[in-house]
Design a protein around this ligand. Structure first.
Ligand SMILES: [Zn+2]
Ligand SMILES: [Zn+2]
Length: 352
């Protein structure tokens, strides 16, 4: 079988590997779709502390496929079932896992991080993932591409759920990538009265405007603070999400929050970044500043329902598809930052 293997900073190669063998307690998944995430690109650019200097890794934590082999001791799962995974596998006994926060477990394992993930033709699902509830059967109405994209939506949903958005709220989304587009859809499906998207590229803003933003702001052309205040009649925004790794966006978003505003610092910054924030505003205006990373199994289950019911169209964020033989070109493409979501389809040899 073929696998796109990360071999240290800047290096991914397409390798021929033996078919993985499973134990009595494992399941083998034939991967049909795996999408490239900003996290994959971050690892290719700078490595990851869970991938040692002498290790290699198949990245990819947003994936879907079908079961082709089931260990003798595995209950509930059958060959032929269509499945997707929640990538972060909790240890099952720490305080975070006890609260159902497998994404916050300090001793986590994760597909595509410290165990081989989706950018290969066949992937082993280990016992911890099976027992932890990380494997999901895909509803009939979803294809593999949509199922793979439930994962990034679940990370957005994790951030979204604690912002308590209502139809009274004006929402500000800073960024125009796939994550920003998913937040836009969440804002619409939760009935936010106004959704303002800020970005630097006019083409992206136009695209996003077509997906239901009430307003767009080109940060290369106008002063974002002034323009958002103008668009909200001097009110500011009730909810803000930073969806790009630029430190200055965090202070900008806080500055635009109205009284009782809520925000989530969704995009991580470069390690060691420090941002100065007006905490007096947080105090006197009763603001809520949140952060989130990954998603719990519960977040994932709910996100699957949002996709299954048609409330969120995750496939609308796909811009490019590459076959397995073109996987390295797919990463190179994604690294340029062009387009929205790039998918690798491991069972297709070539798509272009
Ligand atoms: Zn991801
Ligand atoms: Zn744990």
């Amino acid at each position: 079988m073929k696998a796109a293997v990360f071999k240290g900073v800047g290096t991914v190669t397409l390798d021929e590997r033996a078919m993985p063998e499973i134990s009595d307690e494992e399941v083998l998944v034939k991967v049909h779709a795996a999408s490239i995430c900003g996290t994959d690109l971050k690892i290719i650019r700078g490595g990851h502390f869970r991938v040692g200097p002498d290790e290699t890794r198949v990245l990819g934590h947003e994936l879907a496929g079908d079961i082709v082999a089931v260990g003798d001791h595995v209950a509930h799962w059958k060959v032929g079932q269509r499945v997707s995974v929640v990538p972060n596998i909790g240890c099952g006994h720490c305080d975070m896992c006890r609260r159902g926060l497998n994404n916050m477990c300090p001793n986590y394992d994760a597909f595509g991080i410290n165990i081989d993930g989706g950018f290969q033709q066949y992937m082993v699902v280990n016992p911890a993932a099976l027992y932890g509830g990380n494997l999901f059967e895909i509803p009939n109405s979803l294809d593999y591409e949509a199922a793979a994209l439930v994962e990034p939506l679940s990370c957005c949903f994790n951030a979204w759920k604690d912002l308590s958005v209502t139809p009274e709220d004006r929402v500000l989304i800073l960024g125009t990538g796939p994550i920003a587009a998913l937040f836009l859809q969440l804002a619409r499906s939760y009935g936010a009265r106004q959704v303002i998207v800020v970005g630097r590229r006019e083409s992206r803003l136009q695209e996003i405007a077509g997906q239901g933003a009430t307003d767009t702001v080109n940060s290369a052309a106008v002063d974002v603070h002034d323009e958002v205040m103008r668009l909200t009649g001097g009110h500011g925004v009730d909810v803000a999400l930073t969806c790009a790794p630029a430190p200055e966006l965090q202070g900008l978003a806080l500055g635009l929050l109205a009284r009782y505003g809520r925000m989530n610092f969704f995009s991580g910054l470069t390690k060691g970044s420090k941002v100065e924030l007006d905490t007096n505003k947080v105090h006197y205006w009763g603001l809520t500043l949140l952060g989130s990373t990954g998603s719990s199994i519960k977040d994932y289950a709910r996100s699957m329902k949002l996709v299954e019911s048609g409330q969120i169209d995750v496939k609308s964020v796909i811009s490019h598809r590459f076959g397995m033989d073109e996987a390295v070109a797919g990463f190179d493409h994604a690294l340029t930052g062009k387009g929205m979501k790039t998918l690798i389809l491991p069972q297709e040899a070539k798509l272009r």
